[in-house]
Design a protein around this ligand. Structure first.
Ligand code: NAD
Length: 306
């Protein structure tokens, strides 16, 4: 496979998925000098982005592919990524791509699915790099995301200038290793959020002040990113607006469980947590906020938990 030259500013980038994360990430790339051709199913977001940044909306996915040295996807998950890259007999990115173009999936996709997609694309002569991110909408806007990159070392090196605009990158190893890392990170993130919620709800019912509880946790061994960031910002003020859909976290937990089961790793807690998130998504809907898991747990009070 041809090793691509460095993806420095002025390179032509296709960017698909201008949602809560993709929009500010793509805007940072434009501000750094990259020329973007963009796509999103949501026409309102697409037009707003083009007006704000002077970027071009692709006439079709294949035209976006033909105009780009690198195509980034920032979609809900890997099935949508497969659909936009390969299509299903319809419009898709890959038929338009020049040889040597790089595909970067920055969505939190299933590592199992990414491995399969990467092999199919390699057979067609294209490198797929998985580069999911952590940090949420504020770090996406600030360009301070953690980026976990799986793929060939030479392709990772070529993409360094682009990743540097978005945050701090780590090479996790071969194809799909970034997506495996991200699934494990989000398992821990959902776990600390849920565990802290159970502890704070219990303490509050006993008569403790939830704000004082969180202050004490943050000076004690029970602290975590959830107690330090999410509780003060979104849960204690009861705004529940972190900008990360509950349905996306439920999906990440299913991917983490799929991976743990495939590797025959211990996953009793993960299985239970994934079950809780699936039930919460069913009750509150995909677009409830991730931090709404707190309200969901409050609502279970006194109910039998199956
Ligand atoms: P989002 O739902 O806000 O954005 C997804 C965008 O993709 C939407 O604008 C949607 O219209 C578009 N889209 C969906 N299918 C499409 C298709 N077939 N063709 C073109 N556009 C399509 O989600 P988000 O919060 O931006 O998350 C994106 C990814 O990043 C997810 O995998 C998520 O798990 C991950 N992530 C999110 C956060 C966060 O805090 N929001 C943090 C880290 C990682």
């Amino acid at each position: 496979m041809m090793v691509s030259k460095s993806v420095s500013p002025s390179a032509k980038i296709g960017f698909i998925g201008l949602g809560n994360m993709g929009y500010p990430m793509a805007r940072n790339l434009v501000n750094a000098g990259y020329q973007l051709t963009v796509a999103d199913l949501d026409q309102e977001r697409l037009q707003r982005f083009c007006q704000e940044t002077g970027s071009t909306a692709g006439n079709s996915l294949s035209a976006l592919g033909a105009a780009s040295q690198v195509v980034i996807t920032m979609l809900p998950e890997g099935k949508a990524v497969r659909q936009v890259l390969l299509g299903n007999g319809g419009d898709a990115v890959v038929p338009g791509l020049a040889k040597g173009a790089i595909l970067i999936d920055m969505s939190s996709s299933s590592p199992v699915g990414t491995r399969a997609l990467g092999s199919e694309l390699a057979a067609l002569g294209y490198s797929l790099v998985d580069a999911p991110v952590s940090g949420g909408i504020h770090k996406a806007a600030d360009g301070t995301l953690a980026i976990m990159v799986g793929g060939e070392p030479a392709v990772y090196e070529a993409c360094q200038p682009l990743f540097a605009v978005l945050g701090k990158s780590f090479h996790t190893g071969g194809p799909a290793s970034g997506h495996a890392m991200k699934a494990m990170n989000n398992y821990l993130s959902a776990a600390t959020l849920t565990l802290t919620a159970e502890a704070v709800i219990t303490g509050t019912r006993f008569g403790l002040d939830p704000k004082i509880m969180v202050d004490i946790l943050n000076a004690s061994s029970g602290r975590s990113n959830s107690s330090e960031q999410k509780f003060p910002a979104y849960i204690l003020p009861r705004t529940f607006d972190s900008g990360f859909f509950l349905g996306l976290m439920a999906k990440d937990l299913r991917f983490a469980l799929e991976l743990a089961e495939a590797e025959q790793a211990p996953c009793e807690l993960l299985r239970r947590l994934s079950h809780i998130y699936d039930a919460a998504e069913q009750e509150l809907g995909f677009k409830a906020d991730n931090t709404d898991i707190y309200r969901y747990l409050e609502s279970l009070a006194g109910k039998e938990q199956g």
